[in-house]
Design a protein around this ligand. Structure first.
Ligand code: CP
Length: 315
């Protein structure tokens, strides 16, 4: 472990609000080592041999679930996946009983996604395996926040003094909350912009966080732009006029990119609505690190599992 290392063994990963800057840095440093493993021909180390991990997903996922599964497998853990649609959850089994059932099988960690805010914290109170929150409602998505920080660290080499813009549906975004918490802890200045209906100023404005009505003001001279997925059901709820209108006023395109720093880093948690919150030119352009975010997601999740289950042994 590096000089900033702190022991995270047995610590539930519920929200970045529960982590200090040193703890975040420790995970990011380990993720650097883990990324080397992903690039090897034989992607297997025995760091978690003998450990068992369950992913328990009540909501759909492509990136988070499969990258946690690969992360566990690359580290030698046994990984079992439970999804709501193919388990006894469809027969009405409660969350509590499902957690008890998984615990009884002797697992070491449960990686959990649920639509209810606080579901992961609830799990941490009722069962003993380490709980890793893979997204609970609009509350938190800590591994996404960490992989975004890792990508920024790799590309910019620092956090202090950077300006990040987070754009879109801030109110309903667990990614935005985890980004804001993580970025502020690491010294990044955060600028938010989106439709007023999706960004109540009073909820977010505090030290180091600036709320803008116009997207242009948020992205001016930005080092990082994190574009959030706009959820189309918000339009049905009347929270923005139409997808076309949203793209015109809040979408990130080449013209708007000119306002940011030349080497601005474009992030998006995925899945993207191309042509809506982000143009295809920006999504696949030179400034985009969206594909790298996915790869970094595996490395960061390997680091999270290693620290939570072993305290961060050398690999
Ligand atoms: N970024 C993210 O959480 O993606 P998935 O929903 O595919 O896991």
């Amino acid at each position: 472990m590096g000089k900033n290392s702190v022991s995270l063994r047995g610590k539930d990963v519920l929200a970045l609000a529960d982590f200090s800057a040193d703890e975040i840095q420790t995970i990011l440093e380990t993720a650097k080592e883990m990324k080397n493993i992903i690039h090897r021909d034989i992607k297997k180390v025995p760091a978690l041999r003998g450990k068992s991990v369950v992913t328990l997903f009540y909501e759909p996922s492509t990136r988070t679930r499969s990258s946690f599964e690969l992360a566990g497998k690359y580290l030698g853990a046994d990984v079992v996946n439970i999804t709501a649609g193919t388990s006894s959850i469809v027969k009405g089994e409660s969350l509590r009983d499902t957690l008890y059932t998984v615990e009884a099988m002797g697992v070491d960690a449960i990686i959990m996604r649920h639509k209810a805010e606080g579901a992961a914290e609830y799990a941490s109170k009722v069962v003993s395996p380490v709980i890793i929150n893979a997204g609970d409602g609009a509350h938190a998505h800590p591994s996404q926040g960490l992989l975004n920080l890792f990508t920024i660290m790799e590309k910019k080499g620092r956090f202090e003094g950077l300006k990040a813009a987070i754009l879109g549906d801030i109110t309903h975004s667990r990614v935005a909350r985890s980004d804001i918490q993580g970025m502020r802890k690491m010294g990044i200045e955060v600028h938010l912009a989106g439709p007023k209906t999706l960004l109540p100023r009073y909820l977010f404005e505090e030290d180091g966080i600036y709320v803008h009505d116009r997207i242009e003001d948020a992205i001016k001279n930005a080092d990082v732009i994190n574009v959030l997925r706009i959820q189309l059901e918000r339009q049905k709820a009347g929270l923005f006029p139409s997808p076309r209108e949203y793209a015109r006023i809040f979408g990130i395109n080449n013209a708007r990119l000119e306002l940011a720093k030349k080497d601005v880093l474009i992030l998006h948690p995925g899945p993207m609505n191309k042509g809506l919150e982000i143009s295809p030119f920006v999504a696949y352009g030179d400034n985009s690190a969206i594909q790298e975010q996915v790869q970094n997601g595996v490395a960061v999740r390997m680091a999270i599992l290693t620290h939570a289950l072993t305290g961060g042994k050398e690999v």
